[in-house]
Design a protein around this ligand. Structure first.
Ligand code: FAD
Ligand code: NAD
Length: 451
């Protein structure tokens, strides 16, 4: 049954969709004494994505980079704050409601009394005066056959143990086969598709595990592991300047990662994939690469809830990357819906940095009662960092248009660590990451198939 949930206390209801960089940053900064605040997200934790590539091999523990939503919500003591562990399935912009499907069998956290009766798998309509959509995006397979069935993504925390498990099982199986057996070679081949920062950092971390840990207890297996990084463009990490990208390429090749540039994967089968390398404007070479583990990191596309809304609003027609927003982050064509982070198209890169600043800006507008009369959002770029493996990183640190630091190497790796620590949004998580790094200096990575 569908019913409408409203808190009637004279305050406006602000509903936030998503518990990622956009949603949690908004929750942290909104003044709950001025609004009733409801956060809806199927994911009961925030995920510190910048360190996600470190978790599949156990450089950092999965639990270190997630933080329960309730830990943020309990700090909002000055007003009504509710959390529904639920998926928003539809934004009903005419009725000003969001339809949700609950994932939790327990009562939702929060002080909103009339919220208590939603049970697991129940649907309900949540009424909003203002809606903040921050549902992020989902991995894009570009419709390439076989990716969904055989590839693994690295977008959410649950992807991380799956990658580790597959890699370990392949090592175990390979270890039973004689040297020179093509099946052994296949099992020990990992292919990472996508030379953006997710792909590069993941490949670098996998190689670190092989060189620093696996080599110590299974040297013969370690020397046979081959990691491939496949990128359709002529360069990896194309958001960095060419000096840094060529340095990054050099580091990857030195650590024996095989780079395939100008190469697009066009088909994935259970045991091999088809990669097409551009040789000239008219010519391509096709190659079959057998693999044991395939990680697909080719970027993201909008979620269904977003594409469904786009179809209903004439002002959004033809928008393929997300919700078009105006300079105050209001969704074009709607009066009281705002979009931040990866689900918004504001002419900025889909990064945590952008989502966080958009959330901070919007809460200032809400807290100062400047809705409708706010100054435009201005993004301040603090630069970009990427880990390459072998304790080397590249960084381009800026303050808006001012360049503060550009470099690559071991010192940059320590700068990378320091800056990432400072970006973590909870002390518990910061402490855990620090202790994971300290542990790594003394012991091997935690590389367990299952817990
Ligand atoms: P997300 O953080 O993805 O959050 C979306 C939230 O919405 C999630 O909680 C999700 O569960 C929820 N949701 C989904 N569907 C629904 C629904 N139907 N109803 C309600 N809730 C829903 N950026 C950087 O700036 N620096 C980095 O170093 C960096 N590293 C990255 C590393 C990796 C491996 C990845 C994958 C991304 C990285 N990014 C980085 C990009 C950054 O994580 C994203 O840009 C950022 O997460 C966007 O924030 P968001 O709030 O829009 O989306
Ligand atoms: P991305 O979109 O940045 O990179 C995907 C790459 O895959 C592209 O270079 C693309 O050319 C390539 N590609 C697409 N289809 C392909 C195919 N069929 N075969 C081979 N290559 C193919 O994706 P991402 O790395 O997941 O990053 C997503 C967002 O998150 C970006 O905005 C990025 O800046 C951000 N991010 C930042 C960091 C960081 O700052 N360290 C880390 C991870 C992600």
């Amino acid at each position: 049954t569908l019913s409408s949930y409203v808190t009637n206390n004279g305050k406006k209801n602000v509903v936030i969709l998503g518990s990622g960089w956009g949603g949690i940053s908004f929750l942290q900064h909104i003044d709950e004494s001025k609004y009733n605040v409801t956060l809806i997200s199927p994911r009961p934790h925030f995920l510190f994505t910048p360190l996600l590539p470190s978790t599949p091999v156990g450089t950092v523990d999965e639990k270190s980079i997630i933080e329960p939503v309730v830990n943020f919500a309990v700090k909002k003591t000055k007003g009504n704050v509710s959390y529904y562990e639920a998926q928003a399935t539809k934004i009903n912009h005419v009725d000003n409601t969001v339809t949700i499907k609950s994932f939790s069998h327990v009562n939702p956290f929060g002080s909103s009394k009339n919220a208590d009766s939603i049970k697991k798998n129940d649907s309900a309509d949540i009424k909003y005066d203002y809606l903040i959509t921050a549902v992020g995006a989902e991995p894009n397979t570009f419709g390439i056959p076989g990716v969904q069935e055989h590839g693994m993504f690295l977008k959410e925390i649950e992807h991380s143990p799956k990658i580790r498990k597959q890699f370990i099982e392949n090592i175990e199986k390979a270890n039973l086969l004689p040297k020179g057996d093509p099946e052994r070679k296949r099992l020990l081949t990992l292919v990472v598709v996508g030379g953006g920062p997710t792909g590069v950092e993941t490949a670098g971390e996998l190689q670190d595990y092989v060189d620093q840990d696996l080599k110590k207890f299974l040297p013969s297996i370690a020397e046979e592991v081959q990691i491939h990084l496949v990128e359709a463009l002529p360069v990896i990490l194309n958001m960095f300047e060419s000096k840094l990208t060529s340095y990054a390429q050099k580091v990857l090749e030195q650590t024996s990662i095989k780079l395939h540039l100008k190469t697009a994967v066009s088909e994935v089968k259970e045991k091999y994939l088809v990669a097409k390398t551009k040789i000239s404007d008219t010519e391509t070479k096709s190659e079959e690469i057998p693999y044991g583990t395939l990680i697909w990191a080719t970027g993201n596309k909008p979620r269904t809830i977003v594409t469904d809304l786009i179809k209903e609003i004439p002002e959004q027609e033809g928008s393929r990357r997300g919700l078009l927003v105006d300079e105050t982050l209001k969704v074009k064509g709607l009066n009281n819906v705002y979009a931040i982070g990866d689900n918004a198209v504001a002419g900025l890169a889909p990064t945590a940095q952008v989502a966080h600043q958009e959330a901070e800006y919007l809460t200032k507008v809400f807290n100062k009662n400047q809705i409708g009369s706010a100054k435009p959002f201005k993004y301040l770029h603090y630069g970009a960092l990427a880990y390459l493996g072998a304790e080397k990183a590249i960084a381009n640190i800026t303050y808006g248009k001012r360049q503060l630091y550009t470099g690559g190497g071991v010192i940059t790796f320590y700068i990378w660590r320091l800056l990432y620590l400072s970006m973590i949004i909870s002390w518990r998580s910061r402490f855990k990451v620090m202790s994971d790094w300290f542990k790594l200096a003394l012991f091997k990575r935690d590389f367990f198939k299952e817990l």
